[in-house]
Ligand binder design. Structure first.
Ligand SMILES: *[C@@H]1O[C@H](CO)[C@@H](O)[C@H](O)[C@H]1NC(C)=O
Ligand SMILES: *[C@@H]1O[C@H](CO)[C@@H](O)[C@H](O)[C@H]1NC(C)=O
Ligand SMILES: *[C@@H]1O[C@H](CO)[C@@H](O)[C@H](O)[C@H]1NC(C)=O
Ligand SMILES: *[C@@H]1O[C@H](CO)[C@@H](O)[C@H](O)[C@H]1NC(C)=O
Ligand SMILES: *[C@@H]1O[C@H](CO)[C@@H](O)[C@H](O)[C@H]1NC(C)=O
Ligand SMILES: [Zn+2]
Length: 296
């Protein structure tokens, strides 16, 4: 999740919470514990590598109810935050069920990505597999009425839905139409802070096409960016969203967020550290990883 919460109490020798980054040694994730010491070095940190063989069936993990996910005018605005592209949602979108303690309002979604198939950029991995991209829908307990300052103080104040994004196997282009439309906005938000309104026409259901939303992994974790608050009920869906190659490969750059923002915004294997290193680090913080059975 990319979620900037209210600034920390300022300490003269410590960079502010806004100064974190992904790939500069001066502010990359190895420095996050100094930026937000209280949480970023905690024991309930996200993302994790999900070990499917260790996942346990849990009959409490029932189907979700998705309220207004079919509304084609609920995607309001797309913003280049400098760290991700974020789409804000109108009011009245929510999720419930899925063993959540109450309804959670869906506030926004954003993306994490790498750079081409050789540098995939999902944050979660499954059995070590990293997908090209990951979509996060951020939801906040309805009782907090959208006040995320309060939500991050509650150990289950936020509920994040993670969806992997992969390339379609065929030669189709500009598919699905919903993703063609969404990615067409990237050319209009090329600078940090740029935002544009999204015209009615696509819904969340349209973007989540092809995913069986009754099949998911559940664990308790954190925000994946500073301040790394351990306040998130994570749901990671097994199925991926399939998008045509032209929309997810940097070869078609104006449709790829890495081109628009000029950065990769996930913890990825590569130059600096190996996947094995990441996996072993995160494996130690798994609380319990549960997988819902398809059977009742
Ligand atoms: C972060 O920077 C440190 C050097 O300060 C380096 O050792 C590490 O590999 C870097 N990690 C990433 C993910 O870039
Ligand atoms: C299912 O929910 C019940 C009631 O809240 C709880 O006692 C039980 O531990 C839960 N089961 C699992 C596997 O979490
Ligand atoms: C969130 O709640 C806190 C504590 O009640 C309050 O101080 C703050 O102003 C609220 N923020 C917003 C955006 O309403
Ligand atoms: C996809 O494109 C490649 C190269 O252009 C071609 O060789 C292949 O037959 C195409 N596959 C399909 C299913 O159209
Ligand atoms: C992605 O990779 C291409 C070359 O494969 C490189 O030119 C470009 O700078 C990379 N983009 C990012 C954001 O790392
Ligand atoms: Zn995220």
């Amino acid at each position: 999740m990319n979620w900037l919460v209210a600034a920390l109490a300022v300490c003269v020798l410590v960079p502010s919470a806004n100064s974190w980054c992904y790939h500069k040694p001066s502010c990359n994730d190895t420095t996050w514990p100094t930026i937000a010491a209280k949480y970023c070095s905690g024991t309930r940190q996200s993302p994790i590598n999900i070990v499917s063989a260790s996942a346990e069936l849990n009959a409490n993990l029932t189907e979700f109810t998705f309220q207004n996910y079919g509304d084609t005018s609920i995607l309001k605005k797309i913003l280049n935050t400098g760290k991700t592209v974020k789409v804000s949602l109108g009011s009245g979108v929510s999720i419930s069920g899925g063993d959540l303690s109450e309804a959670y309002d869906s506030l926004q979604f954003h993306l994490h990505w790498g750079n081409g198939s050789s540098i995939p950029g999902s944050e979660h991995t499954v059995d070590g597999k990293r997908y090209p991209m990951e979509l996060h829908i951020v939801n906040s307990k309805s009782t907090f009425n959208g006040n995320t300052t309060l939500a991050v103080k509650d150990s289950t104040g936020l509920a994040a839905l993670g969806f992997f994004i992969e390339e379609m196997s065929g030669n189709e282009t500009q598919q699905p139409a919903s993703w063609n439309t969404l990615t067409s906005y990237l050319a209009n938000i090329r600078n940090r802070g740029d935002s544009v309104s999204i015209a009615p026409g696509i819904s969340l259901d349209d973007l989540l096409v092809g995913v069986d939303r009754s099949q998911y992994y559940r664990y308790l974790g954190s925000l994946t960016t500073p301040n790394c608050n351990e306040a998130v009920v994570w749901t990671v869906f097994k199925d991926s969203i399939k998008v045509s190659k032209d929309l997810v490969r940097p070869g078609h750059p104006e449709r790829h967020p890495a081109w628009v923002l000029g950065l990769i915004n996930a913890r990825i294997p590569g130059g600096q550290r190996s996947l094995a290193c990441i996996s072993s680090r995160i494996a130690t913080v798994i609380q319990v990883t549960l997988e819902r059975s398809k059977e009742p």
